[in-house]
Design a protein around this ligand. Sequence first.
Ligand code: ADP
Length: 263
Amino acid sequence: GAYEHRTNISGRDEIAQIGEEFNSLTDRLQTTETLRRRFVSDASHELKTPLAAIRLLTDSILQTDQMDMETVRDFVTDIGSEAERLSRITEDLLRLTRLDSDLLDAPETVEVAPVLEQVMRMMSLLAQKKGTELTYRMEENCRVSATKGEVHQVIYNLTDNAVKYSGKNGKVRVELRHEDHDVVLTVADNGPGIPEEDLPKVFERFYRVDKARSRAAGGTGLGLSIVQDTVKKRGGMVSAANRPNGGAVFTVRWPEAEGGDHS
Ligand code: ADP
């Protein structure tokens, strides 16, 4: 590997301690490097699939002497969706890269309720189209230290998943409330839930329980890692669980911004 410079300093003194710390740092660098490589390789693979499809579709159009207009149209429509997929992936990758770097926008005190309402207005159109029942309940004065864009992104990604995966006769419930000194957001659905062994992994980049299903629904496998990184950057956390009567529930906790009151 690239980091084989471990030391053999030993003894019961400070130098031994330095040696140990050096080795632990080396191990951590090695892990980071391995993760980085895997990320680049996964990302390349994700980009390759739609690109290959686009090439195949264009080749078919170009190499066929007689193709009726309707078929051409179908193929071009497919090319369009693959291109859309590519832009979704690149957008998500850029977002993650930005979160990885320390180029973070200065936080403001964000009142979550109006942002939640804005996302709900947009999502209810999508939900209606799918026949999903989307309801929400919120407390006022839930303030977090972040940017509006981040709060929007977190609520959007979680609700989008809930609507996407809850399927027919879906029910999605979004709640915003105070709890101790946190602002808590829960997004619950009545879909298939997540197999217990996959629960800790769903926040990993490109991880999907069902690849085909995620792809068909237009997923990139990055939505939840974006949520996790976005929330963590502001000192919060997100977790996934299954509901006792079926369906998944995601819980986000942000530390409440200074000056928030519980009235
Ligand atoms: P994707 O673009 O595939 O939705 P995400 O990072 O948003 O990627 O989610 C990762 C995976 O977690 C999904 O592919 C899906 O398998 C699972 N998942 C996320 N939300 C839900 C949900 N509400 N119900 C069931 N499975 C979910």
